[in-house]
Design a protein around this ligand. Structure first.
Ligand SMILES: Cc1ncc(COP(=O)(O)O)c(C=O)c1O
Length: 447
């Protein structure tokens, strides 16, 4: 195993960071690291250590680091003009909008570009509440949709909810977490029936016309949990009866990451397409692009002007177009399915018999490993931290997440161009890291 040390430059930078940045800006690792460059699926820290990157800056380096096609498109556009604003016609923006509208499956689709996922969801909320003349929103328990005042109001995850003040009245329903909570013991069909009954019961208790349901097909920050396939089709029947819009937050699940489907909602076949779809993260391969897609009557319901100074900026749009070309031409969705399937198998094998692992879940290149205290079976953020540190020591970067204020789930989401050899390499490092944590916490291992 190679050894990685953090000393010198990172320590000094950390002191400066702590002096000037907010305390709540979460940093990974006991000794936080600076990533100075990357190539393909690898990144390097300030001391020259190389790591396999299985988190891609929160699922955002979607295709690869320093992808020549994207770098070239960005630098060529930067050489022409950096910024014009949405007050002027923007060729790369129109081109990307046309392509996303066609890919969305939404009829008569319009696209509005933002600079982040938060702002995309904020726009979706503005549209839904205006269209329906209601400030009531349905969200899933354990949800995360962003960091702004409006997005925090629809966050069902305590760890990411710093205030209860909100312009919205949010009604939280079951469905996002399959293997914990009151319905965990039910089979899939019963689980869907119970969640649908809960949704109907909740709607029966509200005074107004609910505007929309917003949901992540696979909950990201919540620890890569998801409902059984078909849940959103059952929800949709209930929503449609009342004219309630369905917003699919595809910020983490879009563009083929889940392998079998291009969008996460497609796992719910009869449900789709949603009324609105929000996206961000991966489409720019690191450039800040977010957006909303919805049909024209919903998009055009705003009774006043709106602009975005930075949304749709030519440089980010050039990156988005080049990145989307690469993704489609190289069938990265197919790669996510194939290599993701192999990675999932390896993770299941590595975890088998380790007391510290409760569940390995996910789809495509979106794998979650839920860790527990071997003695109590409770979610163990300590175990997740131990594995994160040990994986880093071994030369692998991963993420974590989870519900109820506990980051006890490892989040593994490499760039979609991951090779079989890299999947094997990462799985090997992770296996050693899991064993280290299991031993340290006194867990047994039956292998
Ligand atoms: C599902 C989901 N929606 C929205 C967001 C917010 O996106 P951003 O951080 O770009 O504002 C995130 C970020 O992690 C996310 O995971």
């Amino acid at each position: 195993m190679s050894t990685h040390h953090t000393a010198g430059p990172a320590e000094a930078l950390l002191r400066r960071h702590r002096a000037v940045m907010p305390d709540w800006l979460a940093l990974y690792y006991d000794e936080p690291m600076e990533i100075t460059h990357g190539e393909g699926r690898y990144v390097w820290d300030g001391e020259g250590n190389r790591y396999l990157d299985f988190f891609g800056g929160i699922l955002t380096t979607m295709t690869a680091h320093a992808l020549p096609e994207v770098t070239k498109a960005v630098s060529e556009q930067a050489g022409r003009i950096l910024h014009t604003s949405s007050l002027y016609l923007d060729r790369p923006m129109v081109e990307l909008a046309e392509r996303i509208a066609a890919l969305s499956g939404i009829p008569d689709a319009r696209v509005f570009f933002t600079t982040s996922g938060t702002e995309a969801n904020d726009t979706a909320l503005l549209l839904a509440t205006t269209y329906r003349r209601s400030n009531q929103i349905l969200a899933l328990r354990n949800s995360y949709h962003g960091r702004s005042f409006s997005a925090i109001g629809i966050t069902g995850n305590r760890a990411w909810s710093p205030t209860s003040l909100s312009p919205l009245q949010t009604l939280y329903v079951h469905g996002g977490v399959r293997t914990r909570g009151p319905y965990a013991a039910l089979d899939d069909a019963e689980f869907i029936a119970a969640c649908t009954a809960d949704l109907e019961d909740m709607l029966g208790q509200t005074g107004g016309d609910v505007a929309a349901l917003i949901a992540e097909p696979v909950q990201g920050v919540g620890g890569f949990t998801s409902p059984p396939d078909g849940l959103f089709a059952a929800f949709r029947e209930v929503l449609d009866k009342r004219g309630i819009l369905w917003i699919s937050d595809e910020v983490q699940t879009g563009w083929g990451r889940t392998g079998e489907h291009f969008w996460g909602w497609q796992a719910h076949d009869r449900a789709g397409p949603p009324d609105m779809l929000t996206f961000a993260k991966g489409i720019g391969n690191g450039m800040s692009i977010g957006g909303v897609v919805t049909r024209a009557d919903v998009m055009n319901c705003l009774p006043a002007n709106s602009i975005s100074t930075f949304g749709g900026s030519p440089v980010t749009m050039a990156a988005g177009n080049a990145n989307l070309n690469y993704l489609l031409e190289h069938d990265l969705q197919g790669n996510a399915r194939r290599v993701g399937g192999l990675l999932m198998e390896r993770l299941r094998a590595a975890s088998a018999g380790l007391d510290v692992v409760r569940e390995v879940r996910g789809r495509g290149l979106m794998a979650g490993v839920e860790l527990v205290d071997p003695d109590t079976g409770d979610p163990s953020p300590q175990a997740a931290s131990l594995v994160l540190e040990a994986a880093r020591e071994g030369g692998l970067l991963i993420g974590k997440g989870g519900g109820h204020s506990t980051s006890s789930v490892l989040r593994i989401a490499p760039p979609l161009s991951l090779t079989v050899a890299e999947a094997e390499e990462g799985a090997g490092i992770l296996e050693r890291a899991l064993r280290t944590a299991n031993n340290e916490l006194g867990g047994k291992s039956s292998q």
